[in-house]
Design a protein around this ligand. Structure first.
Ligand code: HSE
Length: 429
């Protein structure tokens, strides 16, 4: 059978991963696809660089040489950033090629437009690898949850950040050292500030928003806080309080519109993300029919990304005659925020706080002190109450250095639920 001819744009971590996987899984691919996959050309930045690439493959820095190849079925796009990836993708779509990309920055900015153009050209633009690495998240949303409406997504979507936070907790490792390690392992972005400032998670969230709600929230309205201010003692105090810190990305829709945020949040052991460790990503998909579905798996690295891109190739080949509009059904059941909701917070102080947390004072602000832990000169407090009251109370302490983190309300341990109930009753009375 006629080989499937592909080209690779980029031979960095992702491109190299795809290249190697196409060889290592050649046999399996041929069995599944019914034809061999042949790499016709590779676009590189520097042609002089020594590479272990078969001589039969055209390796070039000139995109026009690849565009001039007579028959290209599929393009694996593995370039970083919006340009020149955007221009190249459009050109290959015009030429009649299907596109497989892992480029979340490009998709967050231009995903809808490119998807529309691909549909006009009756070609596929697939991007399973762009969100949650090797986890088949998008396909799960698109194909497996066609009747379920998506109410909310809560996820840890950046492998690098999760790797850093896990190592800081387990080994008291220094932030900067673990970041360097994550870069060496091929987890981090070319510009790693995208990982640690929450930008990479933000892009992924915008791709999910396009897919689920067919629109994005206004980017300026999205809270985006990274993990650069997190310290080992903050994580350790959280651990003593029974919590783990995650860079949480969440997406919901209310009658006001779509709400998205990326920020460090503590989760309890009842939360599915508590056990998502190292480079893994984890996603909780809250739906209106089946309930909550949890997915977990490798979120970054050459193999995880290559796996998702190669599964995309199989997908494109298997359904090549039915170019369908890929839509996920967003739920009509919006999640409405309620101003009176009690929330749980961890406050970390750099000094001991003797009287300020006396019962009287806490009662005055209608706040429950669930637990308090010390670490050297620092203290960690697990507090529950109305957000506004907690912030006022903490402000009233006039402490030099104070850091506060929200605790995810999903999966609070039973004792906290009981306290929430008790507190709610005491407020009503
Ligand atoms: N830098 C990204 C991460 C790569 O750490 O998750 C995968 O998108």
């Amino acid at each position: 059978m006629k080989p499937i001819s592909v080209v690779l744009l980029g031979l960095g971590t992702v491109g190299q991963g795809v290249y190697e996987s196409l060889f290592s899984h050649q046999q399996k691919l041929q069995e599944v696809l019914g034809a061999p996959v042949e790499i016709a050309g590779i676009l590189v930045k520097n042609k002089a660089k020594q590479r272990d690439v078969s001589r039969s493959i055209l390796v070039t820095t000139d995109i026009d040489e690849l565009l001039a190849l007579p028959q290209i079925d599929v393009v694996f796009e593995a370039i970083v950033g919006i340009e020149p990836a955007y221009t190249y993708i459009r050109k290959f779509l015009t030429k009649g090629c299907h596109i497989i990309t892992a480029n979340k920055e490009l998709l967050a900015h231009k995903g809808s437009e490119l998807t529309k153009y691909a549909q006009e050209q009756r070609r596929y633009l697939t991007f399973e690898a762009a969100v949650a690495g090797g986890i088949p998240l998008l396909r799960t949303l698109i194909q497996l949850l066609q009747v379920n409406g998506i109410v909310k997504i809560e996820a840890s979507l950046n492998g690098t950040s999760n790797y850093i936070l896990s190592k800081m907790r387990k080994e008291q490792a220094k932030f900067q050292d673990v970041l360097v390690e994550a870069q060496a392992l091929g987890y981090a972005e070319a510009d790693p500030s995208n990982d640690i400032l929450g930008t990479d998670s933000f892009y992924k969230l915008m791709v999910l928003s396009d897919l689920i709600y067919h629109q994005q929230p206004k980017w300026n309205d999205v809270e985006k806080t990274g993990i650069t201010n997190v310290t080992v003692p903050h994580i350790q105090l959280g651990e003593k309080l029974g919590l783990r810190l995650k860079l949480l990305a969440s997406l919901t829709s209310s009658h006001d519109g779509i709400h998205a945020e990326v920020k460090p949040v503590f989760v309890s052991s009842d939360h599915s993300l508590y056990h998502v460790e190292g480079v893994d990503n984890g996603i909780a998909i809250h739906t209106d029919l089946v309930g909550t579905i949890h997915l977990q798996g490798p979120g970054a690295g050459a193999k995880a990304t290559a796996s998702a891109m190669i599964e995309d190739l199989v997908y494109i080949r298997q359904i090549k005659d039915t170019i369908a509009q890929e839509n996920v059904r967003a739920s009509q059941h919006h999640v409405e925020p309620t101003a009176d909701d009690l929330s749980t917070w961890v406050a970390v102080t750099e000094e001991t706080v003797p009287e300020a947390f006396h019962k009287e004072r806490l009662r005055q602000y209608q706040i429950n002190l669930i637990k308090r832990e010390k670490l050297n000169e620092m203290e960690g407090f697990l507090l529950q109450g109305r957000e506004y009251d907690i912030l006022l109370f903490l402000q009233s302490l006039k402490l030099g250095l104070l850091t506060i983190y929200p605790v995810s309300p999903t999966g609070l341990p039973p004792y906290e639920k009981t306290l929430t109930h008790t507190l709610a009753k005491s407020i009503i009375n």
